[in-house]
Design a protein around this ligand. Sequence first.
Ligand code: AMP
Ligand code: ZN
Length: 139
Amino acid sequence: MSSLASCIFCKIIKGEIPCFKLIETETVLAFMDIGPIAKGHCLVIPKYHAAKLADLPEDQMGDILPALTKIAKASGYEDYNILQNNGRPAHQEVDHVHFHYIPKPAGAGDKAGLVVGWPIQGLSKEDIQKAYDELKGKL
Ligand code: AMP
Ligand code: ZN
């Protein structure tokens, strides 16, 4: 896990590393992804350094969804994914919270944009009830 000092996204926020800046607010920065999986792939990040979403204070979240929505409207793509990865097994490479805006170009199939695996577990209603009870009890 990278610390604030070595974090590549914190360096972008501080202007120490260049980026293709799209939107900046008091709490949020949006810029083009440097390794896009589709044309127009970009990132929205909080300026606050937190590795995972659950580490991010609620008062730092307010501008994220509006920025993503603004980008989605401006990009003009009919289809797109918003992706937010947490942890290496969940495909997180940069340990600073970030939201991907990933266009899914028409007809791209598996060739561009997000390609998703969806391993349905076939859990029973009882299993779902158990998971519900556990989670609901902690909320
Ligand atoms: P993730 O796998 O969710 O952690 O995604 C990290 C994303 O950050 C990848 O899509 C990278 O291409 C992107 N990325 C890494 N370094 C930079 C950078 N300096 N500028 C823009 N995007 C970056
Ligand atoms: Zn950071």
